[in-house]
Design a protein around this ligand. Structure first.
Ligand code: B12
Ligand code: SF4
Length: 449
């Protein structure tokens, strides 16, 4: 029996949208926990759910019960609750971690979880696992970074655990515990390129009001460029992917680091194509773009979010629409494709702001863009701002934060017209864009109740 079984509530088979996209990646958090704990002498089993069926994990839960650790994000509430219920039925002690359960510890404990870990899991689990064996799940007072129920059923929030200062001291993610090659093959089959994900830093210091900082707070800690280069070299030699994805929050946040890292890759003759995410204001130097292109960056994702400066300011995004347009064109000039994210329905958005977004995207002309309707993630500034108007169409157990409606906000149909307007205007179909604009105006009176 392992000391810990790590798993997830995400099954590709149940994700219709992702099955069309087919760009799956393993969850780095679980792999990081696995390698750290193994190094500390714990026996860890990882049940990677991505390509599995839910029934297979349920079957695993029927034998050798011990401690089950599940990763949670806002998309997996229902499956995680189902897994918690099944695990409890078979005698498991259940520990949850990740951004979602950090926002709702009391709710998860009330529905069967034994412990919720807030923040980074490595050191907390290393202390928690022996404590669970020695004291059981109700006497965990003093185990920093945990929330649990005491013997009287009262919820105890232990203090925060200090963050890991030296990320280089952590072992690389335990890719050997899963079928990493299967991810690469799925990518290759669907996109011609096999891909592996990694991160070079933890945390983002910016304060965009809708963004969750539940795990890493507002810290920003970087690995050394030598350690990252060693990992990429290892990934290339061990898994032979065609590309990598740096899953950082803001890959070009530290220019000095980027230049040093690029220099190191060059010295090693290590050039793997990659895609990543950044912010326009951290791309405003030709040297950064030249470096990205030389390193093999073929696509960069920029969170533009809005084209209206008024809305960008309300979001406390710290970026101007002008910077987004410049960065988009500049990246393309360097042969790097640009993917853009946009958000509809942020607080205070008017038709003029939507129009500004349409004009902005038309002018910036990214290679691809995705839109989403703003959704309030627990414990964010945006959530706090609209909290009193949040209406869930479903009971907490069935909903995700993405499904929350905000009283007084326009209907989903309205934002579908905003999308139609944008796509047609950018695509050059002006008549259809105008029709969409009119349809949107006609829906202006319909609001979420
Ligand atoms: C990469 C990424 C993705 C990738 C995921 C691919 C993959 N499998 O890696 C893609 C692009 C697909 C994606 C999609 C989405 N994502 Co995303 N994503 C990220 C991102 C940028 C990095 C994740 C990562 O690798 N982190 C590094 C690891 C080391 O950290 P970690 O996973 O948090 O793990 C640590 C702790 O959480 C804890 N821990 C984790 N698991 C467990 C388990 C146990 C038992 C314990 C004790 C502890 C523990 O210990 C770990 C090590 O310290 C994070 C932001 C971030 N920086 O973390 C957002 C983030 C996780 N995503 C987020 C969101 C909202 C989404 C989407 C809903 C966006 C959308 N509109 O579609 C979708 C949901 C997809 C889905 N079906 O689940 C939010 C989640 C908020 C929330 N409350 O759930 C985050 C936090 C972004 C943000 N700042 O708001 N995402
Ligand atoms: S949206 Fe991006 S830049 Fe803004 S706080 Fe979140 S991770 Fe940082």
């Amino acid at each position: 029996m392992p000391d810990l079984l790590l798993s997830h509530g995400y099954f590709l088979e149940e994700d219709e949208k992702e099955r069309e996209i087919m760009k799956p990646y393993p969850t780095l958090g679980l792999l990081s926990l696995s390698s750290y704990l193994e190094r500390k002498g714990f026996a860890v089993e990882v049940f990677d759910t991505t390509f599995a069926r839910r029934g297979e994990l349920l079957a695993r839960l029927e034998r050798n019960p011990g401690v089950l650790g599940l990763y949670t994000n806002l998309m997996t509430r229902r499956p995680v609750l189902d897994l918690v219920a099944a695990a409890k039925q078979h005698g498991w002690t259940v520990v949850l971690g990740g951004p979602e359960s950090a926002g709702y510890p009391d709710e998860y404990l009330a529905r069967g979880a034994d412990v919720v870990v807030i923040g980074e899991g490595e050191e907390t689990l290393a202390e928690l696992l022996p404590a669970l064996v020695a004291q059981g799940p109700h006497r965990l007072h003093g185990v920093a970074g945990t929330v649990f129920r005491d013997e009287d059923g009262r919820i105890v929030h232990n203090g925060e655990r200090p963050q890991i200062a030296d990320l280089d001291a952590l072992p690389w993610p335990d890719r050997e515990s899963i079928d990493q090659q299967r991810y690469i093959e799925v990518w290759r089959r669907h996109h011609g390129m096999g891909s592996v994900n990694l991160i070079t830093a933890r945390g983002c210091p910016y304060k965009c009001r809708w963004c969750s900082h539940a795990v890493f707070g507002f810290s920003h800690r970087r690995r050394s460029w030598l350690d990252v280069a060693d990992e990429v070299e290892h990934i290339r030699d061990r898994y032979r992917p065609d590309q990598v994805w740096y899953a950082d929050d803001v890959f070009t946040i530290n220019h000095r680091w980027l230049f040093d890292y690029a220099g190191e890759l060059k010295r090693r003759g290590l050039r793997l194509p990659f895609e990543t995410i950044s912010r326009a204001d951290r791309m405003m130097r030709e040297e950064v773009l030249t470096t990205l292109a030389e390193m093999g960056c073929y696509r960069i994702w920029i969170g533009s979010e809005s084209g209206s400066q008024r809305i960008l300011d309300a979001m406390e995004r710290g970026v101007t629409a002008e910077q987004v347009r410049w960065a988009t064109k500049a990246a393309q000039r360097h042969g790097i494709q640009v993917g853009m994210f946009l958000m509809w329905g942020y607080e205070g958005e008017t038709v003029d702001d939507i129009e500004a977004a349409v004009e902005h995207v038309k002018e910036a002309h990214p290679d691809v863009f995705f839109t989403t309707v703003a959704y309030p993630i627990k414990d964010t500034g945006y959530y706090g701002e609209v909290a009193e108007r949040i209406v869930s169409p479903l009971p907490w157990e069935e909903a995700t934060d993405r499904q929350y409606q905000i009283r007084g906000r326009h209907s989903r149909a309205y934002y579908r017209q905003a999308d139609r307007w944008l796509r047609n205007e950018v695509g050059g179909n002006h008549a259809e864009a105008l029709a969409a604009r009119e349809a949107l105006m006609a829906l202006a009176g319909e609001v979420e109740a």
